[in-house]
Design a protein around this ligand. Structure first.
Ligand code: PLP
Length: 427
């Protein structure tokens, strides 16, 4: 071959540094996880070389016999895992999956109703800096100041007032479960399509640990790389054959018609060729998620989050809504006299990674923020359990309470690095 003989040490030494960072640090970013070696092997495979525009059996390129089988397996496994009637495994990311939904069923200028970004929603649900907020007229619901919970009556009132074409539920930083049946009733009242973006808690939903949107929401999207523990990517599903509830003149609401719209909105609507190496990795992750071992993992993620929330509360931290039902929690740091930015920058000195996050009714900018978001998906993959969650909270608290003391921060870092050796990951 004409491949270079020389190894690209510049890049590989950086990859090795990153492996080291992941192996010896504490990872609490709620949207991250560690994939299995098999997932990474598939992603680094020859499938990256293959163009396969179209769908299995209906491609615009020759030589797709093998990748057709790979993609079909990914689709079948996704359907089995979530109890879906239809799935498209091609979206390159969660935002791409949502983009395909918008392109399928909305016209520019249509009204959409989503969960407020500053209360825990996602950019792709109508934020003015995202295409979803630029091309559509976005309205938002949020949480109550006193409880930190979404008030479904208020969602209903906003939907009745604005009459959105699409209602989006799902979040990036909401620690409570969703009432999909109630949301569907609200959507039906105003003739809206209901989209559930389950990117964050998808593994917990797949394993029956949280309410399942599949029978209530017309469309379900998710990323594949958060609690689901697959490669970075997106997935779109439908659970049901729906009657035409939307009053569309040109579109029937049934599964066949809607899924055809969605397929077309992914390719050629918003993407070119699918990433078959990533799709193979998704298939592996879905296969792993169908095992009893993964069920135990998902349960542990949830128990660990509850143990972590309890430990934070015991140390006087203010968790929005007072606790968690899923894998994450959002902490208001104002009572501790800290900002999210300071917390993030302090903890990284001790090799503990979190992200700063706006809290509902935040008085600081998104670059500073009053909160931090933490989750248990990644550390549970390493094998940590409830008692270790208490130890993590001790380390986090020790670092934060000594944010001006570099000696303590260095001590905590040494402890973190030593401790993580007991839970080997890849090295
Ligand atoms: N939807 C939700 C609820 C998310 O939390 C995220 C990512 O954080 C996304 C969509 C976007 O996913 P991606 O980063 O893969 O585009």
């Amino acid at each position: 071959s004409t491949f270079p003989q020389q190894r690209d040490n510049e890049i590989f030494s950086l990859i090795s540094q990153e492996a080291h960072r992941q192996e010896f640090g504490i990872e609490l970013i709620a949207s991250e996880n560690f994939t299995s070696p098999q997932v990474m092997e598939a992603q680094g495979s020859v499938l990256t070389n293959k163009y396969a525009e179209g769908l299995p059996g209906k491609r615009y390129y020759g030589g797709c016999e093998v990748v057709d089988e790979v993609e079909t397996l990914a689709i079948e496994r996704a359907k089995k895992l979530f109890g879906a009637a239809w799935a498209n495994v091609q979206p390159h990311s969660g935002a791409q999956a949502n983009a395909a939904v918008f392109l399928s069923f909305l016209n520019p200028g249509d009204k959409i109703l989503g969960f407020d970004l500053s209360h825990g929603g996602h950019l792709s649900h109508g934020s003015p800096v995202n295409f979803s907020g630029k091309y559509f007229q976005a309205f938002f619901y949020g949480v109550e100041k006193e409880t930190g919970l979404i008030d479904w009556d208020k969602v209903e009132a906003t939907a009745a007032k604005e009459k959105p074409r699409l209602i989006i539920c799902g979040a990036s930083a909401y620690s409570r479960d969703w009432d999909y049946a109630r949301l569907r009733a609200i959507a039906d009242q105003v003739g809206a399509i209901l989209l559930a973006d389950i990117s964050h808690p998808s593994a917990l939903i797949a394993k029956g640990l949280l309410n399942n949107p599949m029978q209530h929401c017309h469309i379900v999207t998710t990323t594949t790389h958060k609690t689901l523990r697959g490669p970075r990517g997106g997935l779109i599903m439908m659970g049901n054959d729906f009657e035409n509830p939307f009053g569309f003149k040109t579109l029937k609401g049934d599964l066949k018609t809607m899924s055809a719209c969605l397929d077309g909105a992914v390719f050629p609507g918003t993407q070119g060729g699918p990433l078959e190496h990533v799709i193979a990795a998704k298939a592996i992750a879905f296969g792993e998620a169908l095992t009893p071992t993964f069920e135990a993992y998902a349960k542990q993620v949830q128990s660990n989050a509850q143990a972590m929330a309890k430990a934070f509360l015991a140390k006087g931290y203010d968790i929005i809504s007072g606790g968690t039902d899923n894998h994450l929690m959002l902490i208001d740091l104002r009572p501790k006299g800290l900002t999210g930015k300071l917390a993030e920058n302090t903890l990284i000195k001790s090799d503990i990674t979190i992200n700063k996050n706006m809290v509902p009714f935040d008085d600081k900018s998104p670059f500073v923020t009053s909160g931090m978001r933490v989750g248990t998906a990644a550390m549970t993959t390493r094998g940590l359990k409830e008692t270790e969650m208490e130890q993590i909270v001790d380390l986090v608290d020790r670092a934060l309470m000594n944010h001006e003391n570099e000696t303590v921060l260095a001590q905590v870092k040494t402890e973190v690095n030593q401790w993580m050796k007991q839970f080997p990951l890849y090295l």
